[in-house]
Ligand binder design. Sequence first.
Ligand code: PLP
Length: 468
Amino acid sequence: MFNGSSQRILDELRSWVAAAPAGTRLPSTRALVARHGASPVTVQKALRTLTAQGLVEARPGVGTFVRAVRTARPNDYGWQTAALGSPPNRRAQAFTALRTTPNDVIALHAGYPDRELLPERLVRSAFARATRSDAAVGRPPAAGLPELQAWFATELGAVTPPGLASPAASDVIVLPGSQSGLSTIFRALVGADRPVLIESPTYWGAILAAEQTGVQLVPITSGPHGPDPDELDRAFTRTGARAFYAQPNFANPTGAQWPPDLADAVLGIVREHGAFLIEDDWAHDFGITAEAAPLAARDDGGHVVYLRSLTKSVSPAIRVAGLIARGPARDRILADAQAQSMYVSGVLQTAALEVVTQPAWHTHLRGLRHQLAARRDLLVGALREHVPDSHLDAVPHGGLNLWLRLPDDTDLTRLARDCEAAGVLVAAGGEWFPAEPTGRYLRLNYSGPNPGAFPDGARAIGQALAAQ
Ligand SMILES: Cc1ncc(COP(=O)(O)O)c(C=O)c1O
């Protein structure tokens, strides 16, 4: 990151380098410090940036020189189009939820919680301990650190009803985030050109993973109360699919939590069709007025493949998720995970385990619940006041998002652009639909920075809508 003066020095040096013949020696750091009235640190930072950009090269003890080999013409990669052919899908390459933003923007689009909602102190000391431990120089087992495997298994075991077998630590595979788990599961259990049933709307990253792995998406309508079991049953019969990807708790984007009888009905259908339920429990730690109740706890027959991520609740820097599967499915998933990433860094696994096994972790989660409730209610209230033409099917009992329906004639692209011009980032709902969107929606995340600005954000949405 550059502040005003370092950016100015960088710009000036870049113009100077562009005009100079290759091999020209740059003025010394001392001369640049004097010329720009800047500190040596600022000048050296600018030089490092130019070096990283390939514009200059540093010769230790001699000086810094304009690089001899410089690109004189724009590169032409057109031949790659012929070599690669048409892309398998034409989805936008940059997904709204992953956009990074300057500080002064009201960010309602994001996917990962703001820093103030993370257990920052715990994470920092966990990292410090992990880097001092043997994990810093060791290679963990492919399926994960045994202690972390055991922790994931125990978490699910704690809510397993009596009479059902709790998962074993050896059923757990530690993965570098649940996103990679989705791709792995689609490859290992579904396979290219084979159908997978998927809630609609659903997480854009699951749609992307399915498309990238070549599996065929079969949308199952899902709303604030979850999917219709009869439609699910018919889709299994019609398509011969052997897997259903779903988020039974606090779904992204709708916030839906399936009631227990729907959970039982879906499990029954999945079993009847000899199929898998791929359960994405991404928001396990984000219950607000309800606890997440994993379906995987009600199945010991190997039908549910369960994914639980720590990246959102612990830290986005700790890309660690646990996958629980039983039987041959688990072996196939492990084989694919090894083919992709071999194993997850022991430092990350150790740090994750350090955080979630501290008593302070539970204290943090209790505080988080209150913060999320306050943020959610603030945004809901602001939307009701400032966007009266919008509609919330339900206020979610957990998760991080509101799924706001707008009038059917809303031009969402224009609305998102107008909001951005007013300093508010929103995510247009189309990215969450595996087929044509069935309505005009915004996904609004209430875990971003600066909740005090939510009313201003809602006001900007209301104004942009009124201007259509
Ligand atoms: C529903 C859902 N599943 C999975 C993921 C991916 O999470 P991770 O960071 O563990 O890869 C996300 C992230 O936004 C998500 O919303």
